[in-house]
Every structure is written in C-alpha cells, then in structure tokens.
Design a binder for this molecule. Structure first.
Ligand SMILES: [Zn+2]
Length: 102
C-alpha cells in the first residue's frame, strides 16, 4: 500500500497534536495510547470520544481557544487571554494530574 503523506493526513496529524495538547490520551480506552501519552489508535475515532470524557473545564479551555481564534487572535494571544480565566488553572491541574488518573 502506498504511503500518503501530505494534505490527506494533515487533519489526522492536527488531531494527534490536539490529542497531546489536551491530554486526551489520559481518558483513552486503549492502554497503548495512555502508555505512549499520545494517541496510537485511529485518532479520528479516538479524539471525539475522548474529548467528551475530559473534565468540563478542559473542554471549556478548548472552547476559549476556539473563540479566541474566531476573534482572530494568534495562539499566543489566545493563551494570554485564557490565562485570565479560571480555565487556565483547571487546564494546568488536569495536566499536573499525571498518571494517577489511569
Ligand atoms: Zn487513543
């Protein structure tokens, strides 16, 4: 089977990145994902399911980011804005949770 690299995979790649940023692997059913601290499975199938499982505050953090993007802010600007909200603290706590969750 031919390897397809490029546009076709860029969405999956982006999802994989978000999986890491949001720590979605923490709530994944697959032990391989949790072990790798990244999605090892079909990220298109994994990401939406896992996103629904993360704490509301983490979803809120992501929502803030999307809103900031709609407002035309850069990623860094968005981060600065989010820092002013309780979502930033919740997001840090989520990542600081470590492996105790699994
Ligand atoms: Zn997974």
């Amino acid at each position: 089977m031919a390897k397809t690299i490029g546009k076709k995979d860029s969405r999956a790649e982006a999802l994989r990145e978000w999986n890491k940023i949001l720590g979605l692997w923490r709530v994944c059913d697959k032990a391989a994902c949790r072990k790798a601290r990244a999605c090892r499975g079909n990220v298109r199938a994994c990401a939406p399911v896992n996103f629904a499982r993360v704490p509301e505050d983490v979803q809120g953090w992501f929502g803030c980011l999307l809103l900031a993007k709609e407002d035309g802010l850069s990623f860094d600007e968005a981060m600065t804005e989010i820092e002013k909200t309780p979502a930033a603290e919740a997001f840090r706590a989520w990542h600081a949770g470590g492996s105790s969750f699994a």
